[in-house]
Design a protein around this ligand. Structure first.
Ligand code: SF4
Length: 463
């Protein structure tokens, strides 16, 4: 998933970038990094593991604040999809030498990075980020050190999804979305300032309200005084990620003009129509199940209660590295006995991917006195892996792929019943004509490529 930000202007560059990064922490918790360009084009980069507050510790911040005459910078929050979890694949990645240097951050996954490494004669194949950055750099060199031209042709080579920011030694920032527009990215230009962020919420929070979303295939370049827009002319089926609405994005963000919060409430309303449940109380799994639980309660007229309290300091279970997920799901939730005891609980979550978290929560609800637990899920069964930005590389990891019947899924998660939203219900909730829903249907928006082809192509771990 990951989050990216960028800033050019007269504010304190480092603190403006870090403020936005804090607002995108939900998009990754494994590492973070910042690159700053000085007005004369030198690029300085620091990276570290963990949350923004850990990765950008005093030592790293001191290095950034020492940069004299900061022109602008970019930042990255990492969520690993390839290259392993505890390696050095942190971003920004700095490429080039002498007066042609750039720092690159991106949000997404490059499924064919191994093939690209061969094609572009890149030796260090430690995951998609390094290969992707090198491919872009080599293309820019071919175009006379021009990243805009490189970004125009990049979709010819890449299978996957990306939203990207490039800080060059000219200096300037260039941002772009792949032509399918899988991942969000917005910008704002105001009073000789430039802001970029994966999510609109980060811009709103720092008081920037005149943002606009980058369109699929669009490229924007800002040099400190003027902005240029261009686009890749390579045709592709527009297919923004529907899972951004289900889980990833913050509810106060907008993606493709659609409020994440409103889409989630509608998912709950559709869910209550499609798979009603007989219960005394609707309880959301916080935070991403909350919007759907509100919709379920409104539609079913069954009261909504906050029966589960989330410990926000533990982090998001889904984006935690696999070995920590079970551990995280046990530590993360507290339960309010007076809301649960003696009740038939309708437990609403955004999705079930591996089933680890929900089973643990169902069990705890019973410990706290629930008479019955009926699980209702705002999205359809998650049956196929994602190769465009989510850390699920194989079908074997997915509960709904391994366990085909609802009765069996209910047994695995130890619930009295399980009901999923329909694809139609989900699509209606989001309301866009074109989206990617491959993780629910196996229909990937890459012409002629099936899940088998993509699984063979992509490797998550270091080679
Ligand atoms: S496969 Fe699913 S998670 Fe991946 S981009 Fe498509 S909708 Fe999003």
């Amino acid at each position: 998933m990951c989050g990216i930000v960028g800033y050019i202007g007269s504010r304190d560059v480092v603190s403006t970038i870090i403020s936005m990064m804090f607002e995108l922490q939900h998009r990754g918790q494994e590492a973070a990094g910042v690159a700053i360009a000085s007005k004369n084009g030198d690029i300085y980069s620091v990276v570290g593991r963990g949350l923004v507050s850990e990765a950008l510790n005093y030592t790293n911040l001191y290095k950034l604040y020492k940069v004299e005459g900061a022109f602008g910078g970019i930042g990255h929050i990492r969520y690993a999809t390839s290259g392993g979890y505890l390696d050095s694949q942190v971003q920004p990645i700095v490429v080039g030498e002498d007066r042609f240097k750039a720092a690159i951050v991106f949000n997404g996954t490059i499924a064919n990075y191994i093939q690209l490494a061969k094609e572009f004669d890149i030796k260090a194949i430690n995951g998609d980020a390094l290969v992707f950055a090198q491919v872009l750099y080599k293309l820019a060199k071919e175009f006379g050190n021009d990243f805009i031209e490189a970004l125009k042709v990049l979709p010819n080579y890449v299978i996957g999804g990306y939203s990207i920011a490039v800080l060059t030694s000219e200096p300037r920032i260039v941002v772009a979305k792949d032509p399918r527009g899988f991942r969000p990215l917005s910008i704002a230009v105001t009073n000789e300032e430039f802001f970029a962020s994966s999510e609109t919420a980060a811009l709103d929070v720092i008081g920037i309200s005149n943002w606009r979303e980058i369109l699929p295939g669009e490229i924007a370049s800002y040099d400190g005084s003027s902005i240029e827009f261009t686009r890749s002319s390579i045709p592709a089926l527009v297919s923004p990620c529907i899972f951004e609405y289900v889980y990833f994005s913050r509810p106060d963000s907008i993606f493709n003009g659609v409020s994440i919060y409103i889409a989630r409430v509608r998912m709950g309303e559709e869910l209550a129509k499609n798979v009603p449940a007989n219960g005394d109380v609707v309880i959301p799994i916080p935070d991403s199940g909350r919007g759907a639980a509100i919709g379920f309660s409104r539609e079913s007229k069954i009261p909504l209660e906050e029966g589960i309290v989330v410990n926000k300091y533990i982090g998001r279970g889904f984006i935690a590295p696999p070995t920590y997920r079970e551990f995280v799901s046990k530590l993360k939730y507290g339960f309010i006995r007076c809301v649960i005891d003696g009740k038939k609980v309708i437990l609403v979550d955004d999705s079930i991917v591996r089933g680890t978290t929900i089973r643990s929560i169902v069990n705890r609800l019973r410990v706290y006195g629930a008479k019955e637990v009926h699980v209702r899920v705002a999205s359809p069964p998650f049956e196929y892996p994602c190769f465009m930005g989510i850390d699920i590389a194989s079908r074997d990891e997915l509960l709904a792929w391994r366990t085909m019947s609802l009765t069996d899924i209910a047994k695995v998660v130890e619930a009295d019943s399980v009901g999923y939203n329909t694809l139609e219900g989900l699509l209606k909730s989001v309301g866009l004509p074109l989206v990617c829903h491959a993780c629910f249907t196996g229909l990937y928006p890459f012409k002629g490529l099936t899940v088998d082809d993509l699984e063979k192509m992509f490797s998550r771990g270091p080679l």
